[in-house]
Design a protein around this ligand. Structure first.
Ligand SMILES: [Zn+2]
Length: 352
């Protein structure tokens, strides 16, 4: 669904490098804004060139003008993928796309229903573990685990001999549900691992929100938690997708960011990056996440069929963000907006 138009890169990253070297020199602001307007702002609003010292940021960055809908959106339109992709260029600025935040949270709001940020999808915790094929919901023993969508249970037992993971007993007591999501024409599964108790049986039909078992630490778990996975297209270990891009947001004001960093040959460059929220007092930057790229090691994780991302984060509040990283001695950054229930895609093409 993407048209990867590799337009000649003339702009933001180079400007951003320039920007980073100009911090604290207000007299350069004018130069910066001239560059910025020519690079990406379709309909800039006047920005007073005040001598505000910190930090410099392009407040005129807006959703690309091409995103403006031509017709009145219907109230229900936000969850339905549009048939026609909205033209934009994620290599030059960013795109705002329909996501697929369709799954209910597997832990109710009475307990810890937030994804553990220290061990996100694709992370190895600095090489200490196999790349993470799911996400963790850290909870006490016995907390109920809920089906993320309607479906049919295809596995409800210890993963022994190992079938869903490369190692026996890795997942301990495991529930796997096959879903028939109306929006997809491909097989789709959710996995619930390390359970202390399994409440359902293979072949059973379950509804979204139905309890399928309890949190535990069976298998290779360190501490009691739910390990939750999404698999798509098949149920192999390599068929996983990032659950953060599938789970419904915490409330109606959250969206996600997807980043892909690649070179001119299409090789994915796996460098850590940071995401800062722009706003608050003095338009300050607030660090909200440090993301490792999905690890390329022995058992690489699956990526989104459309985005082929190297990094992703879900459930962040709508607003303006800065994505930045260093690579080969250069500093790169991009400012982008996140919209509720949408995914903002940002691609970096680095010639090396
Ligand atoms: Zn896990």
């Amino acid at each position: 669904m993407k048209n990867k138009i590799l337009l000649k890169r003339k702009g933001l990253e180079n400007n951003s490098v320039l920007l980073s070297s100009m911090k604290g020199r207000p007299y350069f602001l004018l130069v910066f804004f001239v560059f910025f307007f020519t690079a990406c702002a379709p309909a800039p609003t006047p920005v007073p060139l005040t001598a505000k010292a910190t930090p410099i940021r392009p407040t005129q960055t807006e959703i690309p003008a091409t995103l403006t809908p031509t017709a009145e959106p219907s109230p229900t339109a936000t969850n339905i993928p549009t048939a026609t992709p909205i033209p934009c260029d994620a290599y030059e600025s960013f795109c705002v796309e329909d996501g697929h935040f369709w799954l209910a949270r597997p832990i109710s709001t009475e307990f810890n229903y937030e994804i553990e940020p220290a061990y996100r999808y694709g992370s190895t915790i600095n090489g200490k573990r196999d790349p993470h094929h799911g996400v963790e919901f850290i909870n006490a023993f016995g907390v109920p685990i809920l089906a993320a969508a309607d479906g049919r249970v295809i596995h409800a037992a210890e993963d022994k001999p190992a079938f869903y993971a490369p190692w026996e007993r890795f997942y301990g007591n495991l529930v796997v549900i096959e879903h028939d999501l109306p929006e997809l024409d491909t097989p789709f599964y959710t996995l619930y691992a390390h359970l202390s108790v399994i409440n359902i049986a293979e072949g059973e039909v379950v509804e979204a929100g139905q309890a399928v078992g309890n949190v535990g630490m069976s298998g290779g778990a360190i501490g009691s938690h739910l390990h939750f996975e999404v698999r798509m297209g098949g149920y192999e270990y390599s068929d996983t997708r990032n659950p953060e891009l599938w789970l419904q947001a915490l409330d109606a004001m959250h969206g996600g960011i997807v980043v892909r960093i690649e070179n001119q040959t299409g090789k994915l460059l796996r460098v850590p990056l940071v995401i800062d929220k722009v706003g608050g007092a003095e338009d300050s930057l607030e660090r909200i996440a440090s993301l490792d790229a999905y690890a390329p090691e022995t058992h690489p994780v699956g990526v989104d069929d459309d985005w082929a991302e190297t990094h992703a984060i879900g459930e962040i509040p709508a607003g303006e963000y800065r994505v930045s990283f260093s690579y080969a001695g250069q500093y790169w950054e991009r400012f982008a907006k996140v919209h509720p229930d949408k995914v903002t895609t940002i691609y970096f093409l680095i010639e090396e």
